[in-house]
Design a protein around this ligand. Structure first.
Ligand code: GMT
Length: 387
């Protein structure tokens, strides 16, 4: 396959879309493509040197007149620059807002100079389900999706929802989230286990950005029911707006000694490696990358039956799914699994087997073929303007 020069635009934060974008870029670079990341801060998973990886920082202008620094304008200018001077073949933007819109603008500017660059937008979830469907953004989101040369969604469910919420006349290809087994696999971390659960207690775990949509309080309430029946500990990994409320609930329930708030952690896989059960009671979840990470480390999942989660977590095989907010059922399912070592082990094996379907090594060629297809279609200008 011919090596390509690909620009990747993403949020550099700990969120799932940034993680997927960064790992995708690193994976493509390993396969010989030149990958240029363009964003406002070095992405969390891009801190060490890698062959074929480049990073371009976007700096927003600061001026007393601007109450809100015009990031979109700065990003557009940077994209025009990088496409021109690094001679990029394609721009792949992650998260529709504002990236798909900015990519369209950059493409149009470049067209005025006779330079064509196709754009691919990957929809990750909240850009459609929470933010995108907001009236303020909706017309711009729909327009930008329609003007992208290629559009991918991270689950069948997200694809369906995008067509339901917006007036979309573009094809949407489903390319699921993926996992790197080099990193996410069960490793022996017995010393961690002894420190966290000194008396052989079961370990339950939840990782998220502690936003309302993650329903972290439900995690604590589920744990409280499990704890009544089974000696256990709960690890809460991540940070965000709901952490204070979660801490207050732990105090109210008298569970402070059993629940540990670990904050943001880099080596999540080491904590997953000692965990018995992953809890994801989200209100909305386009895919549930955190659940996949757990499954790759042989941890079964108790989750809500929402969004793309049923495409990842198979009910009665890799874990259990319940309606959002059905804490009693989630707790009962958790207890059923944790009580029986044989069943738990069976679910562990199934979780790993299911996770293998999302191996990054299989997904990378999929993206390459998709890029090649987009490059070969060459719709120079979706507005039908002569160039
Ligand atoms: O989960 C979050 O709130 C972060 C968010 C993001 O865009 O960074 O994650 C979304 O994208 C992930 C990667 O594609 C998906 O695995 C998550 O399910 C999705 N989150 C939601 O839909 C709530």
């Amino acid at each position: 396959m011919k090596s390509m020069k690909i620009g990747i635009v993403c949020y550099p934060t700990y969120g799932g879309s940034g993680v997927i974008a960064t790992e995708l870029g690193k994976g493509l670079a390993r396969r010989g493509h030149k990958v240029h990341f363009i964003t406002y801060r070095q992405p969390a998973r891009l801190l060490s040197f890698q062959e074929n990886v480049y990073y371009h920082e976007v700096r927003s202008a600061d001026y007393p007149l601007f109450e809100y620094p015009p990031y979109d304008t700065a990003l557009t200018s940077k994209l025009v620059d990088v496409v021109k001077y690094e001679n990029l073949d394609l721009l792949h933007v992650h998260y529709a807002i504002p990236h798909a819109t900015v990519a369209y603008m950059a493409k149009k500017i470049l067209l005025t100079e006779g330079r064509y660059v196709p754009t691919v937008t990957t929809l990750h979830g909240t850009d459609i389900t929470l933010v995108g469907s907001n009236r303020t953004f909706a017309p711009v989101v729909a327009f930008s999706i329609n003007k992208s040369d290629g559009v991918t969604a991270v689950s069948e469910n997200l694809r369906r929802q995008t067509y339901e919420f917006f007036d979309i006349n573009n094809d949407i290809e489903v390319i699921h989230n993926f996992i790197d087994f080099e990193r996410f696999r069960k490793v022996n971390k017995d010393h961690f286990k002894k420190a966290i659960a000194p008396n052989g207690e079961r370990i339950l775990v939840h990782t998220s950005n502690f936003r309302k949509v993650k329903r972290v309080q439900d995690v604590i309430k589920i744990f409280s029911q499990v704890y009544e029946k089974i000696p256990s500990k709960l690890l809460l990994i991540g940070d965000g707006p709901d952490r204070q409320n979660a801490e207050a609930l732990c105090r109210e329930m008298g569970l402070c000694d059993e629940i540990r708030f670990l904050g943001k952690q880099d080596a999540i896989e080491e904590l997953l490696a000692v965990s018995d059960l992953f809890i994801m009671p989200s209100e909305s979840e386009s895919f549930g990358l955190a659940a996949l990470e757990a499954m790759a480390c042989e941890v079964p999942v108790i989750s809500s039956n929402i969004g793309g989660l049923p495409e990842v977590n198979i009910h009665g095989e890799t874990g259990f799914l319940s309606e959002v907010g059905n804490i009693d059922e989630m707790a009962a399912n958790a207890i059923q699994l944790l009580e029986n070592e044989d069943i738990l082990n069976k679910f562990r094996v199934n979780a790993l087997e299911q996770a293998r379907k999302f191996d990054i090594e299989n997904v990378l060629p999929y993206y390459e073929r998709y890029y090649e297809y987009i490059l070969s279609t060459k719709i120079y200008d979706r507005d039908n303007v002569e160039v």
